[in-house]
Design a protein around this ligand. Structure first.
Ligand code: ATP
Length: 211
């Protein structure tokens, strides 16, 4: 059965921390369809620094290096903020009963109970939690309870059903963040080797993150 990976973020801008983890998840599950999903501009959160069009263009450049990556524009195209449950429900309607893998970092997973209708996430997708060697696991009691009986040790188990399992995956630690890259650019320093050169060229061409 084919499966779809879904990896959301603001990607402001995309960097090798994102792309390397996307690749490791793709390889582990042998995914031929891994969606990088840039978030729209949420009204109740600090605005992104680059606008949606630029974030999308940079992500397209970064994702083009690997054949399995696809940029899914739906959250940017939609008016207003999108919740992950709505996005997953939409992908589920389009793709049918294939395994859907929602890929999130351990930090995000620790705060899962803050997500809109978070319990529904387990009905819509498997959860792949990316762990780094120094990750702190601190699930609140409600999340622990909801995850009970869902743990899958083997990646293959997630290919046998369409949703509802939780898999923890250790990935290579790359200490890179969009925040640090924006600060570097603002200070006139180079983010070379932290992100694709094509993305750096795009940033320069459009004068992004200059303050
Ligand atoms: P910012 O610094 O602006 O908060 P960020 O670099 O954390 O951004 P996001 O776009 O917010 O990037 O992250 C999208 C997803 O990528 C999140 O699930 C996050 O956990 C993950 N991620 C971000 N940086 C890394 C990294 N260095 N290694 C692995 N995953 C990462």
């Amino acid at each position: 059965m084919s499966a779809v990976g879904v990896f959301g973020g603001t990607f402001d801008p995309v960097h090798y921390g994102h792309l390397r983890s996307a690749l490791e998840v793709s390889e582990r599950f042998e995914l031929e369809d891994f969606r990088l999903l840039p978030a729209g501009t949420p009204p109740h959160r600090p605005p992104t620094v680059a606008d949606a069009g630029h974030r999308l263009a940079m992500l397209e450049l970064g994702a083009s290096a690997y054949p399995g990556f696809r940029v899914d524009e739906r959250e940017i195209r939609r008016e207003g903020y999108s919740y992950m449950v709505d996005t997953l429900a939409e992908i589920r309607r389009e793709e049918g009963e294939i395994p859907l893998l929602l890929v999130i970092g351990q930090d995000a997973a620790n705060a899962l109970d803050g997500w809109h209708q978070w319990r529904r996430l387990f009905e819509l997708a498997h959860l792949v939690v990316m762990r780094r060697p120094d990750s702190t696991v601190s699930y609140p009691a409600t999340v622990l309870e909801a995850m009970k009986g869902r743990y899958a040790e083997q990646p293959l188990q997630l290919m046998e059903t369409s949703a509802g399992l939780v898999h923890h995956l250790e990935i290579t630690q790359l200490d890179i963040s969009s925040t640090a890259i924006r600060q570097m650019l603002l200070a006139g320093r180079s983010p070379a080797f932290l992100m694709p050169k094509s993305v750096i060229d795009y940033i320069r061409r459009h004068g992004l993150y200059q303050g």
